[in-house]
Write a protein that binds this ligand. Structure first.
Ligand code: GLN
Length: 487
């Protein structure tokens, strides 16, 4: 396989055996980006010079015989809502188009300490609001499997880069599905860890009670390696859990014997493409064949998750995005007085979807409507969490489709917010309950990847990884790469 299409752990083996230097591997990826990114449009900012410098530093450390971890010298890239010291962090918004953070997000600092080489920052829906990356204020990213289709979103650039051989792995953020849904659309592995597993310090906030950062990789082993590097308590994020980080690599045993897996029927409802449902059911049958005990179950409040999410997430967003006032961060559009300056800045700085969310959220929180909307949504959220708690008394994992459809065409849903929102039907309940979940490639429909979602108990990432690994080791889907000919 081409160097740029190896997994991170495969590249790491080559680096350890000194068959290649990190500088050579990094230069090869920079060439690959040059060759394909004009069509994929995954990157917003490239940091080639800095990446080569970082790579040389790792090579020098290796030459000195320093003890290096598995991610040392491996080139990666980051969704553009993760703060990077000295490198602009735009959230794909005009509001932050020229904003250069003075500090690194905790996950970025941890990866740097692990010797990561950063290639640049990746496109997304503005402020992570969307499911197709068409809400980027710069340009849409394209799906490497079919350039006329969306890569999913909001971490579309982060996923497309990994799928197209433009980075060995990336980090995304997931508030309602933004790692898992694009991972399923582009045929890679994407994990949303348990709320609190990974520090959110330095992640530009969308909906703080739902946001989590997670790995996007080409296989399950890489997912375990990256999760291990970024997980853990951080005094700078009071919601990060003070729990030890397990050795996730050691959970990579192809063993699911006796594992109890529930298959919630509500996740195979209306709007699901029949072929996607059939492929996911076949994947579940495969897990059964490997020794898992699979059984249909019910999460009765599932249908209320989406409407409740579209109150809770916009409510939190309206509050989080109040800080963009033309004073503290980013864009300022002058006006005759301060009120006009606020209005001009926010009118020009935010795009239509962000404005829609701010309006929805402000309405839901306003006096007179708070009880009817926001408070009610919080109660629904409790019911959703209880559904999962009841299911996890019986099952170790739940298995569902990641998305009801394969990647849709660019423009197909752009004019219909509700149709767009529905593509997160299977991922949103997981964020509402704060649970860990992972999407992995489980087949192809019309030549496009389909994802299997596995959902686990709080902090049971190791169980997710183990089941995913067992499935992956007995299938070939994770080895398929899109045929992006070099132009
Ligand atoms: N697509 C969902 C939304 O638009 C989820 C986005 C996300 O996870 N960041 O809110």
């Amino acid at each position: 396989m081409e160097l740029y299409y190896l997994t991170a752990h495969e590249l790491s083996d080559l680096l350890n055996r000194k068959e290649i230097s990190s500088e050579e591997a990094t230069a090869a990826i920079i060439d690959r980006i040059e060759a394909v990114d004009g069509r994929v449009q995954a990157y917003l900012t490239r940091t080639a010079e800095q990446a080569l410098e970082e790579a040389r530093a790792v090579d020098a450390a290796r030459a000195r015989g320093a003890a290096l971890g598995p991610l040392a010298g491996v080139p990666m890239a980051l969704k553009d809502n993760l703060c990077t010291e000295g490198v602009r962090t735009t959230c794909s918004s005009r509001m932050l188009a020229d904003w250069v953070p003075p500090y690194d997000a905790t996950v970025v600092r941890r990866l740097k300490e692990a010797g990561a080489v950063m290639l640049g920052k990746l496109n997304m829906d503005e402020f992570a609001m969307g499911s197709s990356t068409e809400n980027s204020r710069f340009y849409p990213t394209r799906n490497p499997w079919d350039l006329e289709r969306v890569p999913g979103g909001s971490s579309g650039g982060a996923v497309a880069a990994v799928a197209a051989g433009e980075a060995y792995y990336s980090l995304g953020s997931d508030t309602g599905g933004s790692i898992r849904q694009p991972a399923s659309f582009c045929g890679v592995v994407g994990m949303k860890p348990t709320y609190g597993r990974v520090s959110r310090y330095g992640l530009v906030a969308f909906a703080s009670s739902l946001d989590q950062i997670g790995p996007i990789t080409r296989d399950v082993t890489d997912c375990a390696l990256v999760l291990e590097a970024i997980a853990g308590h951080d005094p700078r994020d009071s919601t990060s859990a003070d729990l030890p980080v397990p050795d996730y690599r050691s959970s990579l045993k192809p063993e699911v014997k006796g594992l109890k897996i529930g298959v919630p029927r509500e996740y195979f409802g209306a709007g699901m493409e029949p072929e996607v449902a059939a492929i996911v059911r076949r994947a579940i049958a495969k897990l059964e064949e490997l020794g898992a005990v699979c059984e249909e179950t019910s999460l009765p409040h599932t249908e209320y998750a989406l409407p409740a999410y579209y109150l809770v997430a916009p409510a939190e967003a309206s509050s989080n995005l109040a800080r963009y006032d033309g004073v503290s961060y980013g864009l300022r559009v002058p006006g005759k007085d301060i009120i006009e300056m606020y209005m001009n800045t926010r009118s020009e700085g935010f795009g239509p979807e962000v404005k829609r969310r701010i309006m929805l959220g402000t309405y839901a929180l306003s006096s007179g409507y708070y009880d009817a909307y926001y408070l009610k949504a919080l109660k629904v959220r409790t019911l959703i969490r209880r559904d999962f708690e009841a299911a996890f008394e019986k099952y170790d994992l739940l298995a569902t489709p990641t998305s009801p459809t394969v990647a849709f065409r660019l423009g197909e849903k752009a004019g219909d917010p509700l149709a767009m929102y529905l593509s997160d039907l299977c991922t949103i309940p997981v964020n509402m309950a704060g649970l860990p979940a992972l999407s992995l490639p489980c087949g192809f429909s019309q030549g496009l990847p389909v994802g299997l979602q596995l959902i686990g108990r709080p902090f049971a990432e190791a169980t997710l990884l183990q089941a995913a690994y067992a499935f992956e080791q007995s299938t070939e889907y994770h080895r398929r790469r899109p045929e992006l000919g070099v132009a």
